[in-house]
Design a protein around this ligand. Structure first.
Ligand code: ADP
Ligand code: MG
Length: 695
């Protein structure tokens, strides 16, 4: 029933409407129409009085009499009615097409009106184009709904406004009332007191009160999240049964490094992560693990130690980073570690010179090169490994299952182990959804002895003071980052800002060597600039967010972020992580415009208040919603129809728990109880919709 195309049924009279629904609202099927949920409801059970209205009041319902009706023709055509209740009076105003109002409204009849009061600097309160209704008409219904979609004129012309669509939904529900099939097992409905699917549809569109509406939403959110989790966990189960992982037992290099060359004591979190990786590598199953930790928590050394567990067995490791700069930096750091063990390591990116590239490719192919670090260039067909046993991905954004599958073909014999490191902590609900098919290792603590970074927020008028602080740090021999936003949408303008910034910084710090680095420069130019900064040849680095990920220059103690209001919280935190990497006290300075909106202010406050990336990630999710985080745009998960990852953590946990149990006990959904799951799961797989992009 679900997949029936709108225009195939007897639901709509014409093809025109069906086409409009399809083109304007992306509603193709019965399912789409039923799942076109209202997202705001107006509570028409409440009445307020005129005296209680304030300028911040949103739409309200009033009850009273019209005392005077007046047509005003000069200027715009306008109809003004005086409306009165027992506490005061206001004006109702209509423009154009109001002849029907004149016909309808009578003096001394009780009306209910609905609309948003407007407080003008002078004169009475007004409500423009209110809905007006005789009181009896409202007596039955308690809550009516309001679909909040931007309705184009086109839709309205075909009676496809809020009411029109609701009308179709009502009709459809009526037609389908006996055929809506339940998609969750009965025992779950009972155990969690969930509405049936039919009840849920009925009550999400046409609720009689708050409580059934809540129940309907809960059921539909649960179902949505449950099937996503089921898919992810099913994938995980498939990896662990089908993908045999190679067992690596030789720990000689690991031990050699661990006992003789480790540059510091590992934190408990690092040790724990290493244990978890080791367990996976010896399990006989392919590892698919996410290593999560705050900026500076020391994921790099964990990755290196993990490599050694594999390299001793004469197999190869590839490390892939999201940018050339980062690949380069990883390469340098791993090279320092690898030197202690006389291990060969090479860098391979898009800008690696031809001769060097060929040499590297050759050594990879014949097995002379145990470790290669690079960018996406590593995925190209030209890169052939002798035996790739382990793939490490240091990522900024989500690296999907499909891409991970691309790595697997680099070894035709068995699936290489995969470790993904994220640049910033991810809120739990996102981790469960975006990486729900991976095992998770989390490093919660930072290495001891770090001085917490001092974060300050200033408006432009404090610039002199800020430059003073920078001067002092430069005198102490420290280095400074100055970061400008670069947003695609205003790239040209931003580029000018960056250049202007560079000029004014050069003026403010005469004689100080200053570098500049931005996305328009080619790989080798960036690399040269980065090198100069790393070697302390430049003291200030003016940059865009290309420095965001993972750059490690311990001598840099100040990061000044210009137009900080234009960055998201997680991004600010990630940028802040560029300092505080050495023993000196570090500073993060956030400069913003005076005109900060509420969310902007909140963000600055949070940054000043806490250094904890996990806390920040959760807040970021709340402030921005999941859409803006982690570049999830293309993932399909944004199209969650009803659940909200920033609010529905509780439901998500429960849904995941249940999905886990079911997959453990009945992986192919064959128990009689689970036939409904089997059916829905198969339907979703076949439907080719967003759900298929999950994971
Ligand atoms: P991230 O998790 O952000 O990738 P890094 O691996 O870059 O962090 O580590 C940040 C810094 O902390 C590096 O300079 C690294 O050498 C240092 N470091 C890592 N682990 C420890 C530790 N256990 N004790 C002291 N310093 C450490
Ligand atoms: Mg890192």
């Amino acid at each position: 029933m679900y997949s029936k195309k709108i225009f195939q049924g007897r639901l709509l009279t014409g093809l025109d409407k069906a086409r409009l629904l399809k083109d304007e609202l992306n509603i193709h099927t019965y399912e789409d129409l039923l799942k076109h949920y209202p997202f705001r409801y107006e509570d028409r059970s409440r009445l307020v009085t005129i005296i209680s209205l304030t300028p911040t009041t949103s739409s309200v319902q009033l009850q009273g009499y019209v005392t005077k009706l007046e047509k005003i023709d000069k200027g715009k055509k306008k109809l003004v009615a005086q409306f009165k209740d027992q506490t005061g009076q206001l004006q109702l105003v209509w423009f154009h097409n109001f002849s029907w109002i004149i016909k309808k409204i009578r003096p001394n009849v009780l009306y209910r009106i609905w609309g948003k009061p407007i407080f003008l600097p002078q004169g009475p309160i007004q409500i423009m184009h209110p809905e007006v209704c005789f009181i009896e008409a409202y007596q039955k219904k308690k809550i009516t709904y309001c679909l909040c979609i931007m309705l184009q004129k086109k839709l309205k012309r075909h009676q496809l406004d809020t009411k029109g669509i609701a009308c179709l939904q009502k009709k459809l529900l009526g037609q389908l009332c006996t055929t809506i099939e339940e998609t969750l097992p009965n025992y779950l409905l009972r155990r969690y007191q969930l509405f049936s699917l039919k009840e849920a549809f009925q009550n999400i569109h046409f609720p009689n009160d708050e409580s059934v509406l809540r129940q309907a939403r809960r059921r539909l959110k649960f179902e949505e999240l449950f099937y996503i989790q089921l898919k992810l966990l099913k994938q995980k189960q498939i990896y662990s049964t089908k993908q045999n992982g190679k067992v690596f037992n030789d720990l000689s290099l690991f031990n050699a490094f661990y006992h003789h060359h480790l540059p510091f004591h590992l934190t408990d979190g690092q040790k724990q992560a290493i244990k978890e990786i080791y367990r996976d590598i010896r399990s006989g199953k392919q590892m698919n693990r996410l290593l999560q930790g705050d900026v500076g928590s020391g994921k790099t050394i964990v990755a290196f130690l993990a490599m050694l567990m594999v390299v001793s067995s004469k197999v190869q490791v590839a490390v892939m980073a999201p940018t050339e700069i980062l690949a380069h930096q990883h390469f340098e750091r791993f090279r320092v570690f690898a030197q202690h063990l006389n291990l060969n390591i090479a860098l391979l990116t898009g800008s690696t010179k031809k001769k060097e590239r060929e040499h590297t490719l050759y050594r990879l192919k014949v097995g002379l090169l145990p470790i290669v670090v690079g960018t996406h260039a590593l995925l190209s067909d030209a890169v052939v490994f002798n035996e790739l046993g382990f793939f490490i991905i240091d990522e900024q954004h989500r690296f999907g299952v499909a891409q991970r599958a691309g790595l697997l073909i680099k070894n035709q014999v068995y699936a290489p182990h995969i470790l993904i490191m994220t640049a910033t902590p991810i809120p739990r609900t996102l981790a469960m959804t975006f990486y729900g098919d991976l095992d998770l290792s989390t490093i919660y603590e930072l290495p001891s002895g770090r001085k917490p970074i001092k974060t300050q927020h200033y408006y432009e008028n404090f610039r002199l003071k800020v430059f003073q602080l920078i001067k002092e740090q430069l005198l102490l021999g420290r280095q400074v980052y100055i970061v400008y936003p670069l947003v695609e949408a205003s790239a040209v303008l931003d580029y000018h800002n960056l250049m202007d910034g560079y000029t004014s910084v050069s003026k403010a710090f005469p004689g100080t060597p200053i570098g500049i680095i931005h996305g328009k420069m080619d790989g080798s130019a960036k690399e040269i600039e980065m090198k100069r900064f790393e070697k302390n040849e430049t003291r200030i680095l003016v940059a865009t967010t290309v420095i965001e990920v993972g750059i490690n220059v311990p001598n840099a103690t100040v990061i000044l972020i210009e137009s900080a209001e234009r960055f998201g919280l997680s991004q600010l935190h990630q940028l802040r992580g560029r300092v505080g990497r050495g023993s000196g006290q570090s500073y993060c300075i956030l400069m913003t415009d005076y005109r900060l909106n509420k969310i902007g202010k909140k963000r600055m406050e949070v940054m000043v208040k806490t250094n904890n990336g996990f806390e920040i990630a959760e807040l970021d999710l709340k402030l921005r919603g999941p859409g803006d985080l982690m570049g999830v745009q293309q993932s399909g998960l944004l199209n969650l129809k009803i659940a909200d990852l920033s609010k529905d953590a509780g439901i998500l946990e429960v849904a995941r728990g249940i999905a886990k149990d079911i997959i453990q006990q009945d992986p192919n959904f064959q128990q009689p109880d689970h036939l409904v799951i089997h059916k829905e799961y198969t339907r979703l797989l076949a439907s080719g919709g967003d759900w298929n992009r999950v994971g």
